[in-house]
Design a binder for this molecule. Structure first.
Ligand code: NAD
Ligand code: TYD
Length: 357
């Protein structure tokens, strides 16, 4: 048997592929367009591993995807491929529509045609798992209950609107065509291979480079952080036991204001890689212009996946953050590899002397 993973050269997808092959010998066909966020260096440990087959393709290339499915006959398609950065979606939303909406649609079409060729247990056992985000639910007020699977969709950014749209398409393909789908909506991830445009890796990178740590607005926006390997274990659990047509919220029960998070990160860095002048990295925190339409609070109620599938995160925020900082300190060559070229153009577009343009 074989599985197909899309977006498996990105942050979460590559962690998933590496974790999958640690737990199983079932081969992975990894389809990735290799945008700025896709990086085969994440998968270098699989270079001579015949269980991993990499195919460079856009998920929107329906005929190519159809050919891959017909050739490899997977029992499972996991869709991680997406444009994923909110700030980039504000600067240029079109690619988010192209990949997250049109791409998911074409992938669904190719998968439906392939699934229709299957018979018996191959057909009934097939699954399409769509990896989505808590951002589709919009923003919570301070005292609101966390998002559950029945919370209303209220996406506020072009990114979250495009993900919401893809979630709806996935749902429709189940209800209309019977495609056996599963959807997961996860909170903010962090960990190894996190691209340094996102808050945690950006702050680690800037801290070590002596640059400002840009905190948007008042820094009181709340996110619910989950260590990436816990996200991967949750997805495996949903693949194994999730009920077809259902959605599962995944989160770390770990709400934190951005400013507190950056301060916690600085303390770990102070301990593991102190500044030469003996001052704290917290000295580098700089308040910058807020993100337009910035969602105030996300929080996930992950009780359904715990109740029905017995999943809970293995890491606390303290253990996960320490592992993350250690990984970045040990993998500076990886960071250097992704913070040149196009990355510098993005930083120039978004930040100027520590401020947001
Ligand atoms: P990422 O940006 O790090 O990686 C995305 C990957 O998809 C890259 O390898 C990229 O090359 C590939 N890709 C982009 N467009 C493609 C296309 N048209 N065809 C094929 N491949 C394409 O993203 P990530 O953080 O790893 O997120 C993975 C998924 O998880 C996304 O669907 C995202 O919405 C979702 N998600 C992310 C988070 C988070 O905190 N990062 C939280 C919840 C859900
Ligand atoms: P991010 O990592 O971009 O994830 P998301 O927007 O998908 O939640 O941002 C996490 C939080 O950190 C979010 O509230 C925006 C904030 N943020 C900053 O304060 N400064 C930054 O430079 C970045 C990239 C994000």
């Amino acid at each position: 048997m074989t599985i197909v993973v899309t977006g498996g050269a990105g942050f979460i997808g590559s962690n998933f592929v590496l974790e999958w092959l640690q737990h199983s010998d079932e081969p992975v066909i990894n389809i990735d367009k290799l945008t700025y966020a896709g990086n085969l260096a994440n998968l270098v440990s699989l270079e001579n591993d015949s269980r991993h087959i990499f195919i460079r393709s856009d998920i929107a290339d329906r005929s190519r995807i159809s050919a891959v499915l017909a050739e490899h006959k997977p029992r499972l398609v996991l869709n991680f491929a997406a444009e994923s950065h909110v700030d980039r979606s504000i600067h240029g939303p079109e690619e988010f529509i192209e990949t997250n909406v049109v791409g998911t649609f074409r992938l669904l079409e190719a998968t439906r045609a392939y699934w229709n060729t299957l018979e018996g247990t191959e057909k009934s056992g097939f699954r399409f798992l769509h990896v989505s985000t808590d951002e589709v639910y919009g923003s919570l007020n301070q005292h609101d209950a966390p998002f559950s699977e029945t919370s209303r969709y209220e996406p506020n950014s072009p990114y979250s609107a495009s993900k919401a749209s893809s979630d709806h398409l996935v749902r429709a393909y189940h209800h209309t065509y019977g495609l056996p789908v599963l959807t997961t909506n996860c909170s903010n991830n962090y960990g190894p291979y996190h691209f340094p445009e996102k808050l945690i890796p950006l702050c680690i990178h800037n801290a070590l480079a002596g640059k400002p740590l840009p905190v948007y607005g008042d820094g009181q926006q709340v996110r619910d952080w989950l260590y990436v390997k816990d996200h991967c274990s949750a997805i495996r659990r949903v693949v194994d036991g999730g009920a077809v047509g259902e959605t599962y919220n995944i989160g770390g029960w770990n709400e934190m204001a951005n400013l507190d998070l950056v301060r916690a990160l600085c303390s770990v860095l102070d301990e593991l890689s102190p500044r030469v002048d003996g001052l704290s990295y917290a000295e580098q925190i700089t308040f910058v212009k807020d993100r337009p339409g910035h969602d105030r609070r996300y929080a996930i109620d992950a009780s359904k996946i715990e109740r029905e599938l017995g999943w809970r995160p293995a890491e606390t925020f303290e253990t996960g953050l320490r592992k993350t900082v250690e990984w970045f300190l040990d993998n500076q060559a990886w960071v250097e590899g992704v913070t040149s070229g196009a990355y510098l153009t993005w930083v120039e577009t978004q930040y100027q002397d520590g401020a947001v343009r």
